[in-house]
Ligand binder design. Structure first.
Ligand code: SF4
Length: 350
């Protein structure tokens, strides 16, 4: 199966330069792939300091990995020509957490929509540009006549964020990387924005990477999930399996900390899980050993492998050491399923 966007053994270490003594491991040998045949919605979930923001930056090509590769349609992003990189930038579009930061308060919202059309030469005439903009606004549930010609402060937070989704759409991307897109939006508007994002996947076939600290919304819109802890993917697979039946002790802790009575309450806001700001490179134990209720002597002596515990789910934990251990190439395919049958893809690991 071909991959649209792929991380191969990506490690990112910050610091350690001429003027910096400390080094922080933000991503630790992460591999995964988004299939091109059946674009899905994949959540990258983690607390503050888990590495999810770094992963977003690496995927967008804004930050270069210290080790490993980012591949887009099989090509190493680091080795792209200017023209190829421009195409990569068009096809992989971000939607950020705080739309207000993107707007210039002195310009009408039209400005954020016309600028990318000009930059990527998406239209030959003004009329064509207008049509592309109106189509994109309608696709995210906004009426062009009620949106265009207004200043950012004249729109609600939800409308501003949907304009940002429309902006990403203008460029006909194959991947949208949505980084906490609803965390600064009223709870009442979250569902509408998440619906818009889900429709882009279901109707236009755009692969979505949904980066979040919120397991509740991740469960609502995603097909798959990767749970990050201190720069490592500790559990990955179908969102149904991972959230309903978490297997890694850390994922279990997170799922148990979701406040049950109030689905709108943010996960992580009142969790017992402590902050996990990055650690120094070179760990020789399980990173979770100090907090794990299931820890065994071996957990303090070696780093666990990533084991396949279901056909489409794996975990980084010695509890599953009797299951097949996956190579980095096989880990990358844990999230991939066959486009037609939606059955798990065989990786040859069994
Ligand atoms: Fe807990 Fe050991 Fe699994 Fe780490 S490897 S999560 S310490 S059981």
């Amino acid at each position: 199966m071909n991959s649209l966007l792929e991380l191969q053994n990506v490690t990112k270490i910050y610091g350690g330069g001429l003027f910096s003594r400390s080094r922080t491991l933000a991503l630790d040998n992460v591999s995964f792939a988004i299939p091109s045949e059946s674009p899905q919605i994949t959540a990258i979930a983690g607390e503050s300091g888990s590495g999810k923001t770094t992963m977003a930056r690496v995927l967008l090509g804004v930050v270069a990995p210290t080790e490993g590769k980012v591949l887009f349609k099989g090509q190493d992003v680091a080795g792209m020509t200017r023209k190829q990189r421009r195409e990569f930038r068009r096809e992989v579009q971000p939607v950020f957490q705080d739309p207000f930061e993107v707007y210039n308060p002195f310009y009408k919202v039209d400005h954020v929509l016309t600028t990318p059309i000009k930059k990527f030469r998406m239209a030959g005439t003004k009329r064509e540009a207008q049509r592309i903009i109106e189509d994109a606004l309608e696709l995210v549930g906004l009426r062009p006549d009620e949106t265009l010609g207004r200043f950012p402060h004249q729109l609600s937070g939800g409308q501003r964020q949907r304009v940002m989704v429309a902006r990403a759409l203008l460029l006909k991307p194959s991947v949208i990387l949505a980084d906490e897109p609803v965390s600064m939006v009223d709870a009442s508007l979250r569902a509408t924005i998440l619906d818009s994002i889900r429709n882009l996947n279901r109707e236009l076939g755009i692969a979505i990477l949904y980066i979040t600290h919120d397991l509740t919304t991740a469960y609502q819109i995603s097909d798959n999930i990767m749970v990050l802890y201190r720069g490592s993917v500790v559990e990955a697979g179908s969102v149904e399996r991972v959230i309903k039946h978490p297997q890694h002790p850390y994922t279990r802790l997170l799922v148990e900390s979701i406040p049950q009575p109030d689905p709108d309450k943010r996960w992580g806001a009142e969790t017992t899980v402590s902050n996990t700001i990055g650690i120094a490179p070179g760990a020789t134990t399980c990173k979770f050993v100090d907090r794990c209720l299931a820890a065994m002597p071996m957990c303090a002596e070696a780093v666990p492998g990533f084991y396949r515990i279901d056909p489409d789910r794996g975990a980084l934990c010695f509890l599953y050491a009797d299951s097949p251990e996956l190579t980095s190439t096989e880990i990358a395919t844990v999230l991939q399923r066959d486009a037609d049958s939606h059955e798990p893809v065989a990786t040859g690991a069994e």
